[in-house]
Design a protein around this ligand. Structure first.
Ligand code: FAD
Length: 575
């Protein structure tokens, strides 16, 4: 039986349900178009409080920076197309202000025509997204202070920069949007300060991985202020409006600013749902079941406003990203239109960002997440080229895996590098989604030719390292481990050691890997021994040599001297 034959065809039904959708961007537009594809008869009404529907939020920073040249390209589907191709009733500048569940109708304020009206529904889909968090600081409404969520914000920022060529930008918040804006401001030849309350950029990354992104920011002369909170703004009058002249941090420092972007996170738009008595979850998003139904089965919710189930941690959490928003919207639309859909799968929070020449990506659990999981967790780092080293242009990437040592189950991964980070994180996300293990990583049959990868891909290398550890061929110690009482053997060249001294291990013996066998006599086989190299590969080979020569307690410093420098917050002398 074909899939098509298995489904009841709503198109044949006499029933013409009215599906009302609140919000018409990622989740709302996906819901509407899927609902139409599943039910040709339904009346589908999209209410959007702003002017634009189905635009590309994710492209906004690149348009501000000029990398995307035409504004029109950001408009993924225009109202006319949604009307003509999908027979949707698109009502822009119409804000849904209340839900009357008893009578199944919503109240709508028409910002264009004025007045309010009610609209009955059979099924209601809430896709109102999220709004930028606005800190309670005087001056947030100043002429040169902006948040970035939609096209209006984008137009205001672009227009401001065009009218008053701005030399100094202060970006508050070092999450994905903040980092993208930093890069775009530098592209516009501005000087940029980046202020972050936490002591690292990109909080989804673990701190030692984030250090590599920070190094890239400093390499581009971004004035990085980590562990600094926004205390306030110094204001002056310009063109009849309050304008920020300086951003004041809680350590007392003052940063001169021509333009300020505040990107400290988003808050789900749950007011409508809360006022209608729909259940909210502990993370603050709208609670939905696997079919995106809220606590009222005729009302669905999708996108940034909801909380999802995390695939690894089995927690409810908010993941304000475009992928889950589009997928949840699509499923909600299908269920509203047909009464059935595949269940919404748990999410991994897979995300990626480009910061100049560096790419950082994450999927699944990070350290904070595995701490909540409990149980024993192993972690390892490998550094490898994105394609064969002998083929021109190879770029290095550092990959961190978190996995369960007992069954090898992958829990999470992070990668910082350049080219090729995207495809590796996607393979890892796929594997984690399917419940894969580190052994599965060693077995993947991946495409290879020199311009694209290596016969032993970085993913294989990570899998091999984990499998070796699980097989007892090697033990790992973590980058920040106290080395003061262990025998440490540094297997790098003298030049490498000069470039990147091994942090907090002045007693380390320097025995380059190729000299190890003939210099074994310099070492005490009875002492706990840690082998070290730049990234952990030669030190693994060294550990195997020592173990097979009667050294009983040998461990390999995973991630090598480079990761130790990041973990202990010591920048290398040269990068
Ligand atoms: P939204 O896109 O916020 O849309 C909700 C819509 O509902 C809004 O247009 C709003 O006006 C409307 N609305 C709200 N309340 C009402 C109401 N009462 N009545 C009528 N209309 C209402 N994600 C990634 O995965 N990768 C990226 O690279 C990435 N980059 C981003 C860059 C920027 C600058 C921004 C802002 C976001 C980025 N995101 C990215 C996040 C991604 O855009 C969001 O996860 C996604 O847009 C969420 O979709 P949504 O439909 O739930 O919400």
């Amino acid at each position: 039986m074909t899939a098509a034959a298995a489904r009841p065809s709503p198109a044949d039904s006499e029933h013409r349900p009215t599906i009302v959708i609140v919000g018409a961007v990622a989740a709302g537009a996906s819901a509407a178009t899927r609902a139409r594809r599943m039910n040709e008869q339904a009346r589908i009404i999209l209410f959007e409080k702003d002017e634009h529907v189905s635009f590309a939020n994710c492209g906004l920073p690149y348009y501000i920076g000029g990398e995307i040249e035409q504004r029109d390209k950001l408009l993924v589907a225009k109202p006319r197309m949604l009307r003509e191709r999908f027979n949707l009733e698109v009502r822009t500048r119409c804000e849904v202000t209340a839900i009357d569940r008893a009578h199944r109708r919503v109240t709508v304020r028409d910002h264009q025509g004025g007045g309010t009206f009610t609209q009955p529904y059979d099924k209601l889909i809430l896709a109102p997204g999220a709004a930028p968090i606005v800190p309670p600081v005087k001056g947030m409404d100043a002429a040169n202070v902006f948040t970035l969520r939609n096209l209006q914000d984008t137009d205001r920022i672009k227009d401001f920069i065009a009218r008053r060529p701005a030399g100094r930008a202060v970006v508050v918040g070092a999450g994905f949007i903040g980092l993208e804006m930093v890069e775009m401001f530098l592209r516009l030849k501005m000087r940029v300060s980046l202020v972050e309350l936490q002591t690292q950029v990109l909080p989804p990354l673990d701190v030692e991985m984030a250090r590599m992104v920070e190094r890239e920011l400093r390499r581009h002369e971004v004035d990085l202020r980590l562990g600094s909170g926004l205390q306030g703004f110094e204001l002056e009058r310009a063109d009849g409006r309050d304008t920020v002249s300086h951003v004041v941090l809680d350590d007392g420092s003052r940063l001169a600013a021509d333009v300020v972007i505040v990107g400290i996170g988003v808050r789900p738009n749950t007011q409508l749902a809360a006022e209608a008595g729909l259940r909210l979850g502990e993370s603050g998003g709208i609670r939905v079941n696997e079919f995106l139904q809220t606590s009222d089965p005729d009302i669905y919710a999708a996108g940034d406003a909801v909380e999802y189930t995390h695939a690894v941690a089995d927690l409810h959490m908010r993941v304000p990203l475009a992928g889950p928003a589009n997928r949840s919207g699509r499923l909600a639309g299908e269920h509203a239109a047909t009464g059935r859909c595949a269940p919404m799968p748990p999410v991994l929070g897979t995300a990626i960002v480009r910061v100049f020449d560096t790419v950082a990506a994450v999927t699944g659990c990070n350290e904070r997440c595995v701490a909540r999981l409990g149980g024993t967790v192993q972690r390892l780092y490998i550094t490898a080229n994105h394609h064969a080293g002998y083929y021109p242009g190879a770029q290095s990437m550092t990959l961190k895996l978190l996995y369960r040592p007992d069954d090898g189950k992958l829990l999470g991964a992070q990668i910082v590098g350049g080219e090729g980070v995207d495809k590796r994180i996607d393979v890892l996300a796929t594997l984690i989604h399917l419940g894969g293990t580190v052994q599965d990583l060693t077995e993947l049959d991946l495409a290879y030719a020199p311009p694209f990868g290596s016969a032993k891909d970085p993913l294989h290398m990570a899998g091999f390292a984990a499998a070796n550890e699980r097989d007892g061929l090697v033990q790992f110690v973590q980058p920040g481990v106290d080395l003061s009482t262990t025998q440490v053997v540094d297997m790098r060249t003298a030049a490498e050691m000069a470039k990147q001294p091994l942090v907090d291990a002045p007693h380390a013996l320097h025995i380059p890997i190729d000299e190890l066998r003939r210099r074994l006599g310099e070492l005490d086989p009875g002492r706990p021994t840690v082998t070290v190299c730049a990234s952990g590969l030669r030190s693994y080979i060294g550990a195997r040599i020592l173990m097979q020569h009667g050294f009983r307690n040998v461990a390999d410093l995973t991630g090598g001297a480079a990761m130790r420098a990041h973990a202990t917050n010591h920048e290398p002398t040269r990068t």
